[in-house]
Design a protein around this ligand. Sequence first.
Ligand code: GDG
Length: 518
Amino acid sequence: MDTSDSRLVIVSNRLPVVLKKEGPRWTASSGSGGLVTALSPILRKRNGLWIGWPGVTDRAAAKIDPVLARTEEGFCYKSVALTAEELSLYYHGFSNEVLWPLFHDLQTQCNFHPDYWQAYLSVNAKFADTIQENIEEDDMLWIQDYQLMMAGRQLRDMGLDQEIAFFLHIPFPPLDLFLKLPWRMEILHGLLSYDLIGFQTQRDLHNFLHCVRSILEDVEIEAADSVHTALVHGRKVRIGAFPISIDFNEFAGTAEKPQVQERTAEIQKSMNTERIVLGVDRLDYTKGIPQRLAAFKIALERYPELRGKMSLVQVVVPSREHIPKYRQLKKEIERLVSEVNGRYTQPGWVPIHYMFRSLEREELLAYYQAADIALITPLKDGMNLVAKEYCAVNLSETGVLILSEFAGAAQQLKKGALLVNPYDVASVAGALHQAYEMELPERQRRMQDLRREIRKEDIFVWADSFVKALYVNDVAESPAVWTQDKNVPAGERLSQKPFQIAPLFGPAYHRAAQKSPS
Ligand code: GDG
């Protein structure tokens, strides 16, 4: 099939638009995330459509579609209306209290409330209805992220048989954790309803394949160097790792603007410190902010020469604050910041500058550029774009990236970054000291490596290689697809033969599971 002209339909939980109400009138402007930047050119070229929840609940949503039609993107939006209750159970509930913590290995944060699952299924079905109403025969369909893992299955049940791709932006957990999910079979079957499943890293891909071969019967996996194939009742499902990235040139170009340069100099001057360390995160327990503050405190304790010389700027962007756990996290962060500042502040020097707000984009870039060290220590992260953005903006090529080994980005950036275990706060403190002492030639060499890597595999390469993989089996030539690392010892590499490990659960389990209502 010649697919070069077919329309691309993207589906995500949220539409990438910002809606505002001015008096009785709604206005819409386009969002500015990495995904919309990467996909907009492809959507424009392919006369595309983006389907998702517009960010307002039911009653207002009825008025939104005509407003969305007025945005001038060169592609169309279609909204999925959700009620406040659906949003609460499907999004805040199942997506953010079950899947989000479990897939980030934080099982103790999970709330496996049975009502959440039903709501997740019915909202995924609602998305599937809107997709079916708006899709045409040759459309390419690409569904995004953990909120919509069951939409493909619902579409198949409705009889839709065209190619559907899915990309998971968050990690996929290891078997032992995934097994805790009461709906593990349904989720695996749901994912295997897609024709192409993309993960951020090899780690996630391996975890998924391990879960499939351990939990499901009748799925044969053919490993390959790049994109693997699962045979599910005669259907072929392609599965690969496609690390997401950023628009490197746009970040570097914006950082060059005179107003960003001026602001960078102002920030550096006003901090009155020899080295600025930067942390930028959404308010989220996966980002490891309390552990990072503890590490910074240990660094000041153990290495007195850093006192008065090294300040941490921690930006926390408000997120999910209606959830009690997130409010507690905010309090914990504020307590730790004041503890460190109370203990170590000196006249003219403050150890931690804390901001709890979202910065304007150019202001954020000025902070990136002003920082000598980026301290990015999530407990687990699908990728972590902040790490890549920091490097893209580091035009002087003198900055140091300290990066959690549990961020997806660590797989690509391990050569240039100082990798740390975020739970090992003493070693993170040691890395801060090492970064402080690092000589200029080493800093330059590392940062040049990092920037080269990120420039080479930018967001456009990512989007292109994914779209290609939907149609072409062999995408080994594409740089944005992870291939097996030839340096990994043979025993640790995926076998080229189909997996032959017996499933954990026998036929009786599967028969019972098929009978039980979902
Ligand atoms: C999920 C996955 C995966 C941050 N502060 C400000 C601001 N930001 C922007 C950054 C960056 C984005 O937010 C954060 O992206 P991350 O990737 O770091 O993290 P998540 O939001 O958790 O994203 C993650 C990602 O999806 C993509 O697949 O990498 O693992 O969890 O772009 O620039 N932007 C502005 N002001 C701020 O203060 N304007």
